[in-house]
Write a protein of this length. Structure first.
Length: 114
């Protein structure tokens, strides 16, 4: 019987899917860390301004960081429908808990924590 064979394939497929979902979550977490560090950034800019220095470089670096993470998150594709997971009609919504297109949940049925 090919029953066993196909169930192993299914398992592999499931693993691949979980791995991609994990990647998506990780990319999103990086963007969130960026959000959360915003107050730190503001304080840093204030300090630099008080010291009478230019802040252009910090601002550019921060914006580049944001853009980089944003593009990274936006480029993540759903393992099920292969559409952009967080993007629907040009809007990036990193707070989604499921795929913008097929509704595939971001939290897979994985047991590996994180
Ligand atoms: Zn999808």
């Amino acid at each position: 019987m090919s029953e066993e064979h196909s169930s192993t394939e299914q398992q592999q497929e499931q693993e691949r899917r979980n791995r991609r979902l994990k990647e998506i979550r990780r990319a999103r977490n990086r963007l969130f860390v960026c959000f959360w560090t915003f107050p730190v950034y503001v304080v840093a800019v204030m300090r630099v301004l008080q010291a009478g220095n230019e802040t252009n470089l910090i601002m550019l670096a921060y914006m580049a960081l944001y853009a980089g993470f944003g593009v990274n998150v936006a480029s993540k594709r759903c393992p099920d429908c292969h559409e952009q997971f967080f993007v629907k009609s040009y809007f990036l919504n990193p707070f989604r808990k499921q795929c913008a297109h097929c509704g595939c949940p971001l939290k897979g049925e994985e047991s590996l924590g994180a």
